[in-house]
Design a protein around this ligand. Structure first.
Ligand code: NIG
Ligand code: FE
Length: 437
């Protein structure tokens, strides 16, 4: 299929854009892209492409923006229940950490998620994923972390794999057993760190290996989204009231030694040194990064760890501090953005809205925010070799936006500019375009 007459075709080619090189959209005006099955085969100017590929089925973008699918590299999309009452308490003056220390916050979602069946979890999560997809997210990372015990953590990971297999949105799983200290370990939190290292991580690895074999058996079916070709990421919430730097190191080093790729939640409220730890251990990403020290920013800039900013979180908490993105770009960091969708701090299903916030509070240009939400976001989940840009050979994950200029992303607030999502070459039309005749 040849998609032609894109007013602006954003190719964003390459594997990542570092520091102030961020924001190269590789625009082809009046561009076209040829898709074969689930892959991109060629991109170029429409007149040339239409002449070369004259026999192909066509899709007329009629002057609209065509771009890679959005990638959301940090989500907690699987959970049960909601925390609307807590939101109201926060608006009335309680802080996130106060609510958490009083047994609310993550612990309340843990109670609901533990008692939900796998089917309940799937049913609650499906509509969220559907809305994320309708807003242009074609791939998302999803974390466990509302179980804080092996059985429920595996139930969450099973939910992620099942929803990935259902599609059309593709999901990359992360084990976040170190999301909070569970209530039963409040009096001896080190015991929970030991449990994660000595029992949970080995059990998750064993589970993942068994799922990989299962995936291998089913790899004959080309329509099934991929399952576990690698171990899931292991992530830690390195924060006052959650896991100390020392506990985070113990967990991440154990995970690394078992072969897990690593992620970290660092510097959301307090600077404990988690970002530098991520850089030192070769983590794939370090996320949040609101109060990161200059030294830690420098360490990230000298590493291959992607800095993932989550502007919906301070926005959702009605707080005033955001990632100082310019400092990260000055230090030559790889910068990505994500929604952080979760029931506590940021129930945001839209990477478009995240781009809108990133432009205002991180002071990214629309072009920078778009690359941070596509190519660099793909790098933040280790998938930039197959998604995040319109390079021939990459997966055919594309959006047609019902706007004439890419800067409408960022400029416009809270709507949905997506008209068509193409996932692995399959066209999902949200609404038909008026015919030209
Ligand atoms: O990324 N920071 C830790 N985890 C989430 C919040 C999860 C929750 O409150 O349920 C976050 O903001
Ligand atoms: Fe998070």
């Amino acid at each position: 299929m040849l998609i032609h007459s894109a007013g602006q075709l954003l190719t964003i080619s390459g594997s990542s854009q570092r520091g102030h090189a961020l924001g190269d959209l590789g625009i082809i005006e009046n561009g076209a892209v040829l898709i074969e099955d689930d892959l991109i085969v060629a991109v170029g100017p429409s007149d040339e492409m239409c002449a070369i590929y004259a026999g192909e089925e066509t899709l007329d973008a009629s002057g609209r923006v065509v771009m890679p699918g959005l990638v959301d590299p940090h989500t907690h999309a699987v959970w049960a229940g909601d925390r609307a009452a807590e939101f109201e308490m926060r608006i009335q003056g309680k802080t996130y950490l106060e609510i958490m220390l009083a047994g609310g916050g993550i612990a309340s979602t843990v109670r609901k998620t533990r008692s939900a069946s796998l089917d309940d979890l799937l049913a609650e999560t499906r509509p969220r994923l559907r809305r994320m997809f309708a807003h242009g997210t074609t791939t998302a990372e999803v974390k466990s972390g509302y179980g804080l015990e092996i059985e429920t953590e595996i139930k969450m990971l099973e939910a992620i794999l099942a929803l990935d297999a259902e599609g059309p949105i593709e999901l990359a799983p992360t084990f976040l057993g170190a999301h909070a200290i569970p209530p039963e370990y409040k009096v001896h939190p080190h015991g929970y760190t030991d449990l994660i290292c000595n029992e949970m991580l080995p059990a998750i690895k064993e589970w993942a290996v068994s799922r990989r074999q299962w995936a291998g058996d089913r790899s004959q079916s080309p329509t099934t989204n991929n399952q576990l070709t690698d171990l899931p990421f292991t992530d830690v919430f390195c924060e006052t009231g959650a896991f100390s730097l020392e506990q985070s190191r113990q967990i991440l080093e154990t995970a690394r030694d078992l072969g897990f790729p690593l992620k970290i939640h660092a510097d959301e409220f307090d600077n404990l040194g988690g970002a530098a730890l991520a850089a030192e251990l070769g983590a794939v990403s370090a996320d949040h990064l609101v109060v990161t020290s200059e030294e830690d920013i420098t360490a990230l800039g000298a590493s291959s760890t992607v800095a993932v900013s989550l502007p919906c979180t301070p926005f959702g908490l009605a707080e005033g501090s955001y990632t100082p993105a310019k400092d990260f770009l000055d230090a030559n960091c790889l910068l990505a953005i994500a929604t952080d969708i979760n029931p506590g701090t940021a129930w945001c299903e839209s990477m478009q809205f995240t781009i809108t916030l990133a432009c205002r509070y991180l002071r990214l240009t629309p072009a920078q925010a778009i690359v941070a939400a596509t190519l660099n976001a793909a790098a933040a989940i280790g998938r930039a070799d197959r998604i995040g840009s319109l390079d021939p050979g990459k997966q055919a994950d594309l959006l047609i936006l019902d706007v004439p200029d890419y800067r409408h992303l960022g400029y416009r607030i809270g709507g949905n500019l997506v008209q068509t999502v193409i996932k692995k070459g399959i066209v999902y039309t949200l609404y038909p375009l008026p015919s030209n005749s």
